[in-house]
Design a protein around this ligand. Structure first.
Ligand code: TXA
Ligand code: MG
Length: 351
């Protein structure tokens, strides 16, 4: 298949013709990679069973992992799911934006979208291009991240092209994503909620609206959540992963150099805040922004993993971020990218 690559601005009114063509591709059952504020999504109609099947095939995604359905405004959730007052309370504060809510699905959503389940994940993105495309197509859009399954999520259209060129109809390039990690996914539990995947909407932000936002055990302890003993080989749990080996070190940043020292002569990179770059002469620096700026690190993270591969690195070292607050989402992605192994003073341990 010849994949059309179209570059536009972030203002949909400048490029209605391109977006109308993309909408037409969606309506006739094709796939279009589109920008959202989190990561690029691989969009197809959420109403056509074949579109979802094509999404799984293009990504090489296991068919038991359900897709998120994107709507152009919160009220449109009615069309695809059974909502409740709690949903609208959250929507008022966080939508459009990087929050996905699991709801009971309506019959119009095919089983292929929900992997056979009776719930559907609903998200209203804030990116103007994504929203306009949903409006123009007249279909809610099923859209997972637009990467090959297992590789780092795409935060630019060039990343999408690396993974999916020749597999999908169209890629719409409207520049890099502003958040860089995927949306927060929550399940509603009465008045409260449980975070199934952390994102830019943090537990503390959710608790401005709901009494309690619990964090699912799987978020920070993936090996245990898979029902496997923690000492099992971590490679099984590698997601979002670069080809290079990512080694996460549980130590303060200024001590990272001691762990890296043995690697002289190897093609090694360090993912490190800007002000520490001078501690690693001769190594490839993958700069994460100012120390403590988790939003900037999150924005760059997936892109840095791809840069490491482009640079032909064998190994990347990074410091384990705290599993809380503004770095919870980054923690969740980075431990998976590292195969859930952490290097401590006493060697590797699996989490
Ligand atoms: O930011 C995002 O959410 C991006 C952009 C494109 O919107 N999309 C995204 O989709 O990250 P994907 O498919 O890569 O991740 C969807 C996540 C998966 O962890 C999936 O298991 C979960 O949402 N999910 C989807 N439907 C679900 C459901 N019905 N119940 C529980 N989890 C669900
Ligand atoms: Mg994904």
């Amino acid at each position: 298949m010849n994949t059309e690559f179209l570059t536009i601005t972030q203002d949909p009114s400048h490029d209605e013709d391109v977006l109308s063509r993309a909408a037409e591709v969606i309506r006739r059952g094709g796939l279009v990679a589109i920008p959202t504020e989190t990561v690029y999504g691989l969009a197809g109609s959420a109403l056509l069973p074949d579109s979802a099947a094509k999404i799984y095939a293009a990504k090489g995604r296991p068919a038991d992992n359900p897709l998120i359905v994107h709507v152009s405004k919160p009220e449109e959730a009615e069309r695809v799911a059974y909502t409740n007052p709690q949903f609208y309370k959250l929507a008022e504060r966080f939508m459009p934006g990087p929050l996905t809510v699991i709801l009971k699905k309506r019959d119009c959503i095919p089983d292929t979208v929900t992997a056979g389940g009776d719930t559907v994940a609903v998200r209203c993105p804030s990116h103007p291009i994504a929203r306009r495309l949903i409006e123009l197509s007249g279909h809610p859009l099923a859209a997972p991240s637009a990467n090959r399954s297992g590789s780092p999520s795409p935060t630019t259209a060039a990343h999408v092209r690396e993974d999916l060129d020749g597999e999908i109809d169209m890629i719409v390039d409207a520049g890099p994503c502003s958040i860089g990690l995927e949306s927060t996914v929550i399940r509603l539990d009465g008045e409260s909620c449980t975070i199934l995947r952390p994102g830019a909407v943090t537990p503390a932000m959710l608790e401005e609206v709901v009494p309690h936002a619990a964090v699912s055990g799987a978020v920070v302890k993936p090996a245990l959540a898979n029902g496997v003993k923690p000492e099992s080989p971590g490679m099984k749990y590698r997601h979002y992963a670069p080809r290079a080996e990512l080694i996460l070190v549980d130590a303060p940043t200024d001590r990272l150099a001691e762990f890296v020292r043995e690697n002289e002569g190897e093609r090694v990179g360090v993912m490190i805040p800007d002000e520490y770059a001078g501690l690693f002469p001769g190594l490839t620096i993958l700069p994460t922004g100012p120390a403590g700026d988790w939003k900037e690190y999150s924005r760059r993270f997936f892109s840095l993993l791809r840069e490491a591969d482009d640079a032909g690195l064998n190994r990347i070292y990074a410091v384990l971020p705290p599993p809380e607050g503004d770095s919870l989402a980054l923690y969740n992605r980075i431990i998976r990218a590292a195969g859930c192994r952490i290097l401590t003073e006493n060697g590797f341990k699996t989490i």
